[in-house]
Design a protein around this ligand. Structure first.
Ligand SMILES: NC(=O)c1ccc[n+]([C@@H]2O[C@H](COP(=O)([O-])OP(=O)(O)OC[C@H]3O[C@@H](n4cnc5c(N)ncnc54)[C@H](OP(=O)(O)O)[C@@H]3O)[C@@H](O)[C@H]2O)c1
Length: 256
């Protein structure tokens, strides 16, 4: 499926963390589908290189730290001031800190919670009234880690579970004005896990849990996001769509 399957001509889309990884694939897919796209992240150069060659009336690199409520409010205001409307918000930016709870430093937890949970709260609070004006929608990039537990990353899983249930509950409160949905990817090759070994032997236990037999690329996650944001999903809200190669279809018992 290509982005050409969807037509977002005339729509204004905000993608947090839109300069790298899954967010970058989402940014490119929305641009290919005709949208005007604003992206944010802390590193200006990653945002600018993501939008290289895109006419400035169709794209904006707006650096911000989404863990800062004031910067989030300003970001949403800037997008509306620049493009006149806001149709889709993709809440994708996140941090990842691995480690058992007793090894997770307090400041690492604070930072991860502020980026993954508090940022969602402030972004949704600022954007939902704008999305209600345009009949728009929000798609969160959550994770299979927000559905159940994983070894050695309880803090991260708790933050992703918070996002998943924000989406479900807000879908109740904001229907029929705004749809809210989430995607739940599993292991996807990005900067987030760049320190994890990528040789075949190290990846084998991961691949073994994926019925579709491979680790995801960011481009696997973007089309389901566009679907949820599109008119084709007009009767879909509060959904959490696993984009995990079938990982979460398993009970978790051994693959024998
Ligand atoms: N990769 C996986 O295996 C996987 C699996 C399931 C779900 N996910 C989810 O997918 C989403 C994207 O992650 P990714 O894998 O594509 O990793 P990534 O490339 O590291 O993307 C994270 C993005 O978030 C931005 N970001 C982080 N902290 C920020 C802050 N305080 N303010 C503004 N922007 C911030 C980063 O930009 P700056 O650093 O420039 O700020 C970066 O663009 C995340 O929600 C993640 O939880 C990933």
């Amino acid at each position: 499926m290509s982005a050409a399957t969807f037509d977002f001509t005339g729509s204004v889309v905000l993608v947090t963390g839109g300069g790298t990884g899954i967010g970058l694939a989402i940014t490119r897919a929305f641009l290919d589908a005709g949208a005007t796209v604003a992206i944010t992240g802390r590193r200006r150069e990653r945002l600018e290189s993501a939008l290289e060659g895109v006419p400035e009336e169709r794209a904006a690199a707006l650096p911000a730290d989404v863990s800062d409520p004031e910067q989030v409010r300003q970001l949403v205001a800037d997008v509306v001031a620049r493009f006149g409307r806001l149709d889709v918000v993709v809440s994708n930016a996140a941090g990842y800190a691995r480690g058992e709870l007793t090894d997770l430093a307090d400041d690492a937890w604070e930072q991860m919670r502020a980026t993954n949970v508090d940022a969602f709260f402030h972004l949704a609070k600022a954007a939902l009234p704008r999305l209600a004006e345009s009949g728009g929608n929000l798609v969160a990039v959550s994770s299979v880690s927000g559905l159940r537990g994983d070894w050695g990353q309880a803090g991260y899983n708790a933050t992703k579970a918070a996002v998943t249930n924000f989406v479900r509950s807000l879908a109740l409160d904001w229907g029929p004005r705004v749809r809210l949905n989430a995607v739940a990817p599993a292991f996807t090759f990005t900067e987030l896990n760049q320190d994890a070994p990528r040789d075949e032997a190290s990846l084998a236990p991961h691949v073994d849990r994926v019925p579709l037999g491979r680790i995801a690329e960011p481009e696997d996650v973007a089309p389901p996001v566009l679907f949820l944001a599109s008119e084709g999903a007009r009767y879909v809200t509060g959904a959490v769509l696993a984009v995990d190669g079938g990982t979460s279809a398993s009970t978790g018992q051994a693959h024998v």
